[in-house]
Design a protein around this ligand. Sequence first.
Ligand SMILES: [Ca+2]
Ligand SMILES: [Ca+2]
Ligand SMILES: [Ca+2]
Length: 356
Amino acid sequence: MKKMTRNVGCLLPFVVLIFHACTINGNTGGPVASTEKEMTYFSFLAEDNGGFLLQNLTGEIEGQNITVYVPVGGIYQSSLVAHFVSTGVAAYIDGVEQTSRTTAADFTNPVTYTIRAEDGTEQEYVVTIVCEGITITPEDQAEYLLQALVVPYSGITITDVSLYASTGQCGIVAGGKGLSNGVILTNGLAVNALPPNDSTCESSMLNEPGNSLCSLLTAPYGSNDSCWFEITFDLASGYNGICLEYVFGSEEYPESIDSINDACGIFLNGTTLEHNVALDPEGNHININGPFFHGDAVMLPPENGLEYDGSTPRWVAQGFIAAGSYGNKLIIVVCDASDCIGDSGIILSRLRGIPL
Ligand SMILES: [Ca+2]
Ligand SMILES: [Ca+2]
Ligand SMILES: [Ca+2]
């Protein structure tokens, strides 16, 4: 119970005024302080969180529990600014007053908000961040994968598509809340990416060949069990580039760092490393031996919502090309390095044009 203290001397003129007004109206009862202390809205807005959130995430309020579902890959939770609305007069976390859309808090573990009413009574709400559950439906037809990947009427007209992969190596991803909808390409089985994480090395040895593009990224270890998804498209005149969201995850993390260099790449209009637009925030290519997987920002299960022992968060790959250009080519690859063991996969969402 919090101890409430007030300076009675400061309040006295108001008490006199209220008593006087009530006497004139013939009502001897004073105004009643409100007991309202309900949290009515909670979200994390992309614009309030430094650009690393790719979409607004709205909490679901059930009783005193608020759940914020996030897409596969997860989000960094240690410093998030919340947008909240309550019927109370103040909100606190561990006694620290919170200002909506301003105060950052650590949501790594469930966070308890205390909403205080005008009458001093309080109500607690617990906010928990959960990676939404996904389903993966194996899909071997390039056209169906494309449908799940491309945002309609977003400036891209597909003229050709092809897929080089084994049965079950790719799939359509659907999120329970729709946040993760898209496709997955793997060097094993697509369904192996599904949580829970109950293996340190979920594997499917397909014993299929690698490809030259993925071998650029795994060098000098070569590539195996590769998947190659190629999309040819025209770009409308009101757009000057394309972008898509992706998460790369792997069972090679952490035990195979500096040895088994599984990788992914997204090549735009060319087949050299300079054309790879799947880069970490420092501009590095993405593979198990690269700087990202050596660092402390790797997303881990269960927060990443995957079987994969380590993953990137959700990043945006983008490339700029001429407005109104024809015959552009996007090639997405993923592969094993050295052997065919230890699955990795790239989850892709929302391929679209970048408006001028
Ligand atoms: Ca695992
Ligand atoms: Ca494999
Ligand atoms: Ca592997």
